[in-house]
Design a protein around this ligand. Structure first.
Ligand SMILES: [Zn+2]
Length: 293
């Protein structure tokens, strides 16, 4: 069920680690530790690999998203507003070339990317892989970043959207991304900023604490990791790298009735609140980081 309890921070190596929270609202309970030196929060002890692999079963995907086939196509139609906008911003960094989405799921972002880039993906889940490989064939690697056969200096852009928190060894993953990128290539990482007021206020109740999430960053220690991997230019966007409109258009995908549009007020105020940040302070915990090789 659990691996051995580690005695040092997986990010900076410090032995100054303390138990932070016991997350007990799921069937699978777990503890997270926090590093006093770099602020990295991580599941400790980790679940064993077989427990983690079970997270990405068909039931998991279906259960989480409550998908039927029709819904999936519907949601895709609305999500494209966000995916297309993200690709527009990536193209401010790199215009064309090979594009890798790690944890590409059903391949939605890759479909948007394929207008300008040659799309490649990595997907662990059998269920999501079978969908993505129907569209992109052999360009999708079924597995993880540890087992790929891609060439180094090959990609113009690599995206890890809500992916890095699922990794037990994010240091190796970021180092591998650096090797996979060509010079001037860009890495895009979206994950929660645990230094955000939102996460700090909610403490162990913060929704990001869930059994599939093993690594919890802050804007500062993720920047540190990217710099130590060799990335030169790093830019943090709060809450995301695009405006409010694509988010509002995407949200319509889950609306069933007119009154659901009330959610637009909540989404808009969250977006505006997320713009409040200075120094190490951020009002919410949403962030996207772009890092250039
Ligand atoms: Zn540390």
């Amino acid at each position: 069920m659990f691996k051995e309890h580690v005695q040092h921070c997986p990010l900076c190596g410090s032995i100054a680690i303390n138990n932070k929270y016991h997350i007990d609202r799921y069937n699978l309970e777990f503890h997270v530790d926090c590093c006093n030196d770099c602020g990295f929060i991580f599941m400790n002890p980790l679940f064993t690999d077989d427990v983690i692999e079970n997270f990405y079963s068909e039931e998991y995907f279906k259960g989480r998203a409550d998908y039927s086939y029709i819904d999936e196509r519907e949601i895709k139609k609305y999500s494209q507003y966000v995916w297309n906008k993200r690709i527009d911003v990536i193209r401010e960094y790199v215009k064309t070339g090979n594009f890798l989405d790690i944890g590409c799921s059903f391949g939605g972002l890759l479909e948007s990317a394929s207008r300008y880039f040659t799309p490649y993906g990595i997907e662990l889940s059998d269920y999501a892989y079978s969908h993505a490989s129907e569209i992109f064939g052999k360009n999708i690697h079924h597995g993880t970043l540890d087992s790929h056969k891609f060439k180094y200096d090959f990609f113009s852009a690599i995206t890890m959207i809500e992916l890095i928190e699922h990794l037990a060894d994010p240091v190796s993953a970021v180092n591998e991304c650096f090797k996979l990128l060509r010079p001037e290539g860009v890495l895009v990482v979206q994950t929660a900023n645990m230094n955000g007021k939102q996460a700090k206020d909610l403490k162990d109740k913060y929704e990001y604490f869930m059994p599939g999430h093993l690594s919890y960053f802050t804007a500062e220690n993720l920047t540190m990791l990217l710099k130590s991997a060799g990335f030169r230019k790093i830019k943090i966007y709060y809450p995301v790298e695009f405006g409010l409109i694509p988010k509002l258009l995407k949200s319509r995908g889950s609306f069933k009735k007119i009154s659901d549009y009330a959610a637009w007020w909540r989404i808009s105020s969250y977006h505006m609140k997320s713009k409040i940040h200075f120094g190490n302070f951020a009002m919410t915990s949403s962030m996207v980081i772009y890092a250039v090789k």
